[in-house]
Design a protein around this ligand. Structure first.
Ligand code: 5GP
Ligand code: ZN
Length: 111
């Protein structure tokens, strides 16, 4: 499959990994939008939040269950923001669902 994040998961595209287990991978974003910016992806090709259902949403629950641990490892003591862009209007550019984990400064108001 021609998916950048599937290739990062299988190792054919290198990445700077922060956390990995059998269900997810977290790695540094190549174009950081905050002092600390990591992308958390499931090890299943789900195109976007629009494609979630009862069966595959366990991957999202798993990612959120590990986010605090990852943030702690990254030293984000003051808090962090998790963002999911769904679809073109939201600016989604990679169609393998992912959650941006950002922090390292006081982030501006959003939403
Ligand atoms: P989106 O815009 O779809 O919400 O987020 C995609 C993110 O993936 C962007 O922040 C972009 O910088 C990041 N990205 C795209 N290609 C690569 C890559 O090859 N390696 C890494 N580490 N990040 C990537
Ligand atoms: Zn994929």
């Amino acid at each position: 499959m021609d998916c950048i994040f599937c290739k990062i998961i299988d190792g054919s595209i290198p990445s700077k990994k922060v956390y990995e287990d059998d269900k997810m991978l977290a790695f540094y974003d190549i174009e950081p939008a905050a002092p600390v910016h990591v992308v958390m992806v499931p090890k299943a090709h789900i195109a976007s939040a629009d494609d979630l259902n009862e069966e595959n949403s366990q991957y999202v629950a798993h990612i959120f269950s590990k986010a605090g641990e990852i943030a702690e490892k990254l030293g984000l003591d003051g808090g962090y923001r998790i963002v999911n862009n769904c679809g073109a209007d939201a600016g989604q550019t990679v169609f393998h669902i992912h959650f941006h984990l950002m922090g390292g400064k006081t982030l501006g108001k959003m939403a």
